[in-house]
Design a protein around this ligand. Structure first.
Ligand code: MG
Length: 252
């Protein structure tokens, strides 16, 4: 499948889809505290998505049973919300969410601290977020796709962290996952040349220890192989003639 270039009117729909998603993230963030279950956080997110008349695009995606992927501590991504999973002080929790507005998908992830967390956890979350911003320095027309990959991976690895290689970012638009795949580590090739109108979900997944992961028997949850903490940070980004536009960034 070719990489799609969105028209002006499609970009407007992407912008609105992403703006609504950023509101959903804000609402879920406010709810994070010790004692809340991941089921409750999922419900807050899903209810808000539906209140906008939108569809949670993760729900039933290849059979995923919830609207929001909620991954705690050593869970990298695709954690399934549960009434039994109670967040406690010192946990870190990543919320990966998306929605469909008038046929256009948005996708973003945040990792939050639950109460006070260790300095180690704090640093992992900071570096993961910053690796995204290092990457998008190259999310510009004329740069190559894997310039983004190299910038993310090199930055995270400079802290001794493991960059997850089993999973990657992706193009996004009328489907949740479109071409191109966007790895989070240095590639031998350059990748496609970026053009204005491309919309990309760029999403570093960074482990405090080894980059290696396990795929759980539940068919979904990905965890770090060594049990170390993992963080995830993602935005849907528009390539323009100048600086990239981060469509899912919170306004507050
Ligand atoms: Mg994504």
């Amino acid at each position: 499948m070719a990489v799609t270039i969105k028209s002006k009117s499609e970009i407007e729909l992407m912008r609105e889809s992403c703006r609504l998603l950023s509101l959903v993230h804000e609402e879920m963030r406010k709810a994070i505290k010790p004692g809340i279950t991941t089921y409750q956080i999922n419900k807050i997110g899903e209810d808000m998505i539906r209140s906008f008349g939108c569809i949670p695009n993760f729900k039933n995606y290849n059979g995923f049973p919830a609207a929001i992927c909620i991954s705690v501590n050593d869970e990298v991504v695709h954690g399934i919300p549960s009434k039994k999973r109670v967040l406690k002080e010192g946990d870190i929790v990543s919320l990966d969410a998306g929605l469909i507005y008038k046929g256009y998908h948005s996708d973003a992830a945040r990792t939050h601290a639950v109460g006070k967390v260790s300095r180690e956890a704090e640093k992992l979350m900071e570096v993961t977020k910053q690796s995204f911003f290092e990457g998008i320095k190259f999310a510009k027309a004329g740069c190559h796709l894997y310039d983004i990959s190299a910038a993310i991976g090199d930055y995270a690895e400079s802290f001794g962290y493991g960059v997850v290689t089993d999973l990657c970012g992706h193009g996004i638009g009328t489907e949740l996952h479109q071409d191109p795949e966007i790895p989070n580590y240095r590639q031998k090739k350059k990748g496609i040349r970026l053009q204005p109108g491309m919309t990309l979900a760029i999403e570093p997944m960074i482990n405090a220890g080894t980059h290696e992961v396990n795929w759980s028997d539940d068919g979904w949850t990905v965890t770090t192989k060594d049990g170390s903490l993992s963080a995830h940070y993602e935005n849907t980004v528009l390539i323009t003639d100048g600086e990239p536009e981060i469509l899912t960034l919170e306004r507050s």
